[in-house]
Design a protein around this ligand. Structure first.
Ligand code: FES
Length: 157
């Protein structure tokens, strides 16, 4: 990790206002922000570690835990909720053996719930990476996950 961080730091001046862009680059490189990486960012910018951790936890775009290779986002907006998103969510959690916000043990999937994604006509809706799946039922959601290969067993290591 050190070499990768050094390569990132080399393109910055070490000024305090570079904190957010540096965190973004570190996250792009490592997939998330491990504690040790944030300590090194603090050292590079001569900032208190608490400041770096504070910024990283404040912004939803920063992730402090490893993320899955596929990001599943289930809409929990009103239209989706009314049309059964909760049952779909329960099935996804069961199939992957994770709770909302968690990543499967094999780091294949991260399951998130999000507010309206603007496809209410297709409710209930989920996305997997850039793909959108609409008019879901719990069984359909399971089929979709199964179609991603061994996804159905993803969390059961
Ligand atoms: S409420 Fe789910 S897409 Fe709008």
């Amino acid at each position: 990790m050190d070499e990768r961080l050094d390569a990132i730091f080399a393109s910055f001046k070490g000024e305090k206002n570079e904190l957010i862009p540096i965190l973004q680059e570190v996250q792009e490189e490592l997939g998330y922000l491990p504690d040790e990486a944030m300590r090194q960012v603090a050292h590079f910018l001569r900032l208190p570690e608490s400041k770096v951790f504070g910024v990283a936890t404040f912004y939803a775009r920063f992730h402090l835990q490893p993320r899955g290779r596929h990001i599943i986002r289930l809409c929990c907006g009103t239209a989706c909720h009314v049309r059964g998103a909760r049952k779909v969510s329960d099935r996804v959690k069961e199939v992957l053996a994770v709770e909302v916000g968690q990543t499967t043990g094999d780091r294949k999937y991260t399951f998130e719930q999000v507010a309206c994604i603007g496809a209410c006509g297709l409710a209930p809706v989920m996305t997997i990476d850039e793909k959108t799946f609409g008019k879901l039922t719990p069984d359909r959601a399971k089929e979709i996950l199964t179609s991603y290969g061994d996804g159905a067993e993803g969390g059961r290591e």
